[in-house]
Write a new protein. Structure first.
Length: 84
């Protein structure tokens, strides 16, 4: 296998992985959030190296205060009535 062909396969694989990630984030935000949380919890254990713990903190999904059903953007559902 030539170097050019190998490089082409690597570029195509990266494009496919990025495309799949975008589709997952748009179509299944709750699943992606749970997966990111599970990966992050595995990486931030005290016995892990410092760089792995830092990577786990970067991967971890942002904390939300609501109990949203899907764990997504928190913009779905009815808006609360305004207080007068």
């Amino acid at each position: 296998m030539s170097t050019g062909l190998l490089l082409q396969y690597i570029v195509v694989a990266l494009i496919v992985l990025i495309s799949a990630w975008v589709v997952l984030k748009k179509q299944f935000p709750g699943t992606v959030r749970k997966a990111r949380g599970a990966i992050a919890l595995g990486l931030i254990r005290p016995e892990r190296a410092n760089w792995l713990q830092a990577l786990g903190r970067k991967i971890a999904p942002p904390a939300t205060g609501s109990g949203s059903a899907c764990g997504g953007c928190d913009s779905c559902g009815p808006t609360p009535p305004k207080q007068h």
